[in-house]
Design a protein around this ligand. Structure first.
Ligand code: SF4
Length: 336
């Protein structure tokens, strides 16, 4: 098994310097492209309702990621509370859009480090930070603490991709696997359905920076577990809202002729998409035809590296319930 990136930085004394630079960004928050400018070190809150300390809504061995991350003993997922986006169809809305409730899940950096060590002791294959963007400095601080106490697992950064390039540069050598969404091919869709400006432009710039760090080669260990690389997730949405063809073309033309793509069929209407007529275009599952169209685009572009969910099972299995923080996912067979 190759060594995770952060250990080298730690030995060189660079990890702590990076953490301090990241924490500096909290003073006038520019941790994500929203650039709110609030002082989070003084617990001033803005668009993501998040202050100085990390908020962890759940941490668990998770079997619903791609097989190279879940393996046989699970991905060691840590689900942060709150978010810098407000997706009207967010499947994790119980923890991403309930900031008042999430205050009770505030934790210390030391406790966050202990969670990682516990997941490692439970045999998880990696540490997967889910929606880490708004807590990137806190995540880095906790990795530093955990490194001192023996953390040896690869770090997975599972992000909506509305990330700041400056922050990603500081994470170079800390993160092993980037797992970004690329949600829309049009900024307008990002504004309508995720309530942020410039989604596509920022996400593409962020993914370019991730690619600069990792290249297009996925590195696996002898058991087929992903150790390093960039795997871009495309969730197929109804009515072509995700702009799959356009995004895949962009990836091929601007990033790499051999990108690793994870194509996802798990969409189902939840949160506002299930109740508000304004979002009627998102009020249903994707049809089989829409799914197979997305697959044929991959084939036409000769994109072969990556993963694909099963159409039949995906939306049925991947329905988290975060009122059970210890075990929000009931079924382990999302991907086959
Ligand atoms: S991380 Fe939160 S406070 Fe900071 S810029 Fe983004 S949304 Fe604003």
């Amino acid at each position: 098994m190759s060594e995770p990136n952060f250990l080298q930085l730690h030995r060189a004394g660079e990890l702590e310097r990076r953490v301090m630079k990241l924490e500096k960004l909290l003073e006038r928050c520019t941790v994500c492209p929203k650039d709110c400018g609030n002082n989070r070190l003084l617990n001033e809150i803005a668009a993501c309702y998040s202050g100085r300390l990390p908020i962890v809504s759940s941490y668990t061995a998770h079997f619903g990621e791609e097989p190279c991350l879940s393996g046989s003993r699970g991905a060691g997922n840590i689900f942060f509370g709150n978010c810098n986006l407000r997706c009207v169809y967010c499947q994790n809305y119980q923890i991403s859009q309930t900031w008042k409730t999430q205050r009770k899940n505030e934790t210390t950096h030391e406790q966050l480090a202990e969670m990682m060590l516990e997941l490692q002791a439970r045999g998880c294959h990696n540490i997967g930070f889910v929606s880490p963007t708004h807590f990137a400095p806190q995540m880095a601080r906790a990795i530093f603490i955990a490194a001192e106490k023996g953390l040896r697992l690869p770090i997975v950064y599972n992000t909506n991709a509305y990330d700041s390039v400056e922050v990603l540069r500081l994470l170079d050598g800390i993160v092993d696997v980037y797992l970004p969404d690329l949600k829309y091919a049009e900024n307008d869709a990002g504004f309508t359905f995720s309530k942020v400006r410039g989604y596509t432009d920022y996400a593409r710039a962020a993914i370019k920076e991730m690619f600069r760090q990792t290249g297009d080669k996925l590195v696996f260990d002898e058991n087929g577990l992903l150790q390093k690389g960039l795997l871009i997730r495309l969730l197929v949405l109804p009515n072509d809202i995700a702009g799959i063809a356009e995004n895949l073309r962009w990836v091929k033309e601007e990033l790499s002729p051999r990108p690793a793509i994870s194509l996802m069929a798990q969409y189902y209407a939840t949160n506002k998409a299930a109740t508000d007529e304004k979002y009627i275009l998102l009020s249903r599952r994707i049809s089989e035809r829409e799914w197979f169209e997305a697959i044929s685009i991959l084939e036409d572009l000769q994109i072969e590296e990556g993963f694909m969910q099963e159409y039949e099972s995906a939306s049925h299995y991947y329905r988290p319930n975060f009122t059970d923080a210890d075990e929000p996912f009931k079924d382990i067979r999302d991907f086959q």
